[in-house]
Design a binder for this molecule. Structure first.
Ligand code: IVH
Length: 683
């Protein structure tokens, strides 16, 4: 690593920082991590080691000086008077020894002076700050990026273990910080319910807790079995505590739940002994813990130790290694997700790991199988790092059965036999059967009826699922034949004559549809609303479009060239379109739909008028990653926006790039809508 040149190291650091930032957004904002916690920790460790070797090359969006991800749009913002920080991680006994020695040196302690720590479990949930004024809960906020979080007050009010009012000797103002989490049994029950209702499952209790809290509708949160434990205070007037232990006692007296088991430990050996004991018994706890937090007990010492970048010097999280087990891999099965992604899954001889019995593991994708040379019949080591679905870590090659053969990843969808293709630069292979693939059908039909597509009111996910299961709607054209089943529908449980009449009326009203909506509704990969509009504008009529797409199958044809030369349509989108049309099932669907509908030709209007940016004032601040400032400005103007250099109450949107400064702050104060680069591009 040290042999890297500065240029190489800088590139590597920037790349790692970008990856970490992307995973931070997936984890903190979208509650949908793409990699395991262990893989994330490994990324961070790699980054840290490289930065230690090249300290002068710290990249601009340095993850070590940033916590989590900026708050998502959709919730109000709360600025934390005292930042909500994170904890440094330790993975070994040596890390703990170093931690203790470092703080002893920092405090200039003599050898005879002991340091006492409070050790308590680290529960992975969603950190939350609760503000109490005169004892009343007034604001609850997420951590966000540490400085600004989301206002989740109404949602948090539905959590039973959060006191709405605290009594006794309470300061006029106090902020209680802690973690919202879900117990294991509640988590499994929630997932079982979701599975029954055909909803996507949560990967782990942390995602379930975070996803439940960050619901825009508090009544949804109220139905989720959330709990809260308190571990710290933020802002507060005249707090009398001299030790962490005192603080815990006060929190308890105010009615908060604390995370147990905890222990006062004197010195490193006591910490490590507690760690070993809890590592052994952790699966007896009703919640998953991913480590133990050690905190210096004396508050005066905490104050002197202070903080370094994103975490306190007086505390550390000692992480548990994910538990591993060995078992036989019986078979590799290909699952087709709602978006058509083919995911390989390992069927295992059941084995207990991380406190639960597992019989499946994820194999991620075909490259992963190849890289680890995983075969059916192998003895494999698996590990579970908090998630329900464990991973296969490695194969025990010595115990490989004789005559085993490498796994061949299918190039056809196991559900509908359509071609499954892998786009350049993508790890995932996808089924192209879209509308006819049973694994994707409900999702596709739901997309088809959604507001931006056919906008059929009364045909949401639940009903689509029901009608699909009963065979009444198998393909989009069936929607327009539903009126043949009017009588049967009216007698269905929970439907009613009136609602069926309304539904059929809504369907009839959509028999005439604009070309751009029609194209978007097909749910072709890469074809969002904007691209559908471009295609409609370019080809004008359904017939012309279909004809061109059929001709474009030949990649040397003028039709293909014409398609790729449409402004903003690149080879990737073109490829997706061509593939869609190469699938006979898709052509059948199009034909039967066309027979039911009147697809209106595209109406020519000035592009400036139809843009949602028309007449809006926008301001750019910071550095954009995917386009230059000049390009962004030209783009905005071409869509009819006015680009201004300064923020005022007349500004409609502020587009915030990396390292944005005072303009973004001003916009926040004025309540102007902030867009990150991704949101801006989407717009
Ligand atoms: S103390 C100033 N104690 O883990 C440090 N945090 O990875 C305040 N967490 O941001 C944190 N259990 O959200 C503390 N017993 C515990 C915790 C805990 C879980 C969370 C917390 C923190 C994150 C750091």
């Amino acid at each position: 690593m040290h042999k890297l040149t500065d240029i190489e190291a800088a590139a590597e650091l920037a790349d790692l920082a970008r990856q970490i930032a992307r995973h931070d957004v997936a984890y903190h904002q979208k509650d949908a991590p793409e990699i395991s916690d262990a893989a994330y920790d490994a990324l961070r460790q790699k980054y840290k080691a490289l930065l230690e070797a090249f300290p002068h090359l710290r990249p601009e969006n340095d993850p070590e000086t940033r916590v989590g991800a900026a708050p998502a749009l959709g919730f109000g913002k709360v600025t934390h008077a005292i930042p909500m920080l994170s904890l440094a991680n330790a993975f070994s006994d040596e890390d703990i020894q170093e931690f203790v020695e470092r703080l002893r040196r920092f405090l200039h302690l003599s050898e005879s002076e002991a340091v006492v720590f409070v050790a308590e479990p680290k529960i992975d949930g969603l950190s939350c700050s609760l503000r109490y004024e005169k004892g009343q809960l007034t604001v609850a906020a997420t951590r966000g990026d540490g400085t600004t979080g989301e206002n989740i007050t109404e949602n948090v009010r539905t959590v039973a273990s959060v006191p709405k009012k605290i009594e006794g000797r309470v300061p006029d103002l106090i902020e209680i910080r802690g973690e919202i989490y879900m117990e294991r049994k509640d988590f499994f029950a929630l997932n079982a319910r979701r599975e029954k209702d055909g909803e996507a499952l949560f990967a782990n209790p942390r995602n379930a807790a975070a996803g439940s809290v960050r619901q825009l509708d508090p009544s949804v949160t109220a139905k989720r079995p959330l709990r809260f434990f308190a571990y710290a205070v933020g802002e507060g007037d005249g707090l009398p505590f001299t030790t962490q232990e005192d603080l815990r006692k006060a929190l308890r007296a105010w009615g908060f739940k604390l995370n147990e088991p905890s222990r006062l430990c004197e010195g490193t050996d006591a910490l490590l002994a507690f760690y070993r004991a809890l590592e052994e018994s952790r699966y007896e706890l009703p919640f998953d813990i991913d480590g133990i937090v050690y905190k210096v007990n004396r508050m005066d010492w905490q104050k002197r130790l202070g903080f370094v970048s994103r975490s306190p010097r007086w505390a550390i999280a000692h992480k548990f290694a994910p538990e591993q087990a060995e078992t036989r891999l019986k078979a590799i099965r290909i699952q087709v997700g709602r978006t058509g992604a083919l995911t390989p899954v390992a069927d295992l001889e059941p084995v207990t790991v991380g406190g639960v019995v597992v019989s499946h593991a994820t194999l991620h994708n075909e490259d992963e199988i190849k890289r680890k040379d995983i075969r059916e019949g192998d003895l494999v080591r698996i590990q579970r790092a908090g998630d329900v679905i464990p991973q296969v870590v490695a194969v025990d090659f010595k115990k490989r059965p004789e005559g085993s053969t490498p796994f061949v990843f299918p190039d056809h969808c196991p559900e509908c036999q359509s071609l499954a293709v892998r786009e350049e630069g993508e790890a995932v292979r996808r089924c192209t059967g879209g509308l006819i693939c049973p694994a994707q059908a409900v999702e596709r039909l739901r997309h088809f009826t959604s507001r931006q597509a056919f906008n059929i009111e009364g045909l949401g996910e639940k009903r689509v699922r029901e009608l699909w299961a009963d065979g009444l709607i198998r393909s989009p054209a069936d929607i327009f034949k539903l009126k043949e089943h009017e009588d049967a529908l009216k007698t269905r449980e929970g439907w009613g004559a009136k609602s069926v009449e309304n539904l059929l009326k809504a369907i009839e009203a959509r028999r005439t549809i604009a070309l751009e909506r029609f194209i978007y509704a097909l749910g072709i990969r890469q074809i969002g609303e904007a691209t559908a509009k471009l295609l409609a504008r370019h080809y004008g009529t359904l017939e012309a479009w279909v004809d061109a797409m059929n001709k474009a199958q030949n990649d040397q044809s003028p039709a293909r060239h014409d398609l790729e030369s449409i402004d903003q349509i690149g080879p990737l989108i073109a490829e997706g379109l061509v593939q869609f049309f190469s699938e006979p099932h898709n052509r059948d669907v199009l034909e039967s739909l066309a027979a039911q509908l009147v697809v209106e030709p595209h109406k020519k209007v000035s592009s400036k008028k139809e843009s949602i940016l028309a007449g809006k004032t926008v301001v750019f601040t910071g550095t954009l990653a995917t386009m230059s400032r000049a390009e962004a400005k030209a783009k905005a103007e071409s869509l009819g926006a006015k680009v201004s250099g300064s923020v005022s109450s007349k500004t409609d949107y502020v587009i915030v790039g990396a390292d944005a400064g005072s303009k973004a702050d001003k916009a926040r104060r004025l309540g102007v809508v902030l867009l990150d680069e991704e949101a801006w591009r989407a717009l």
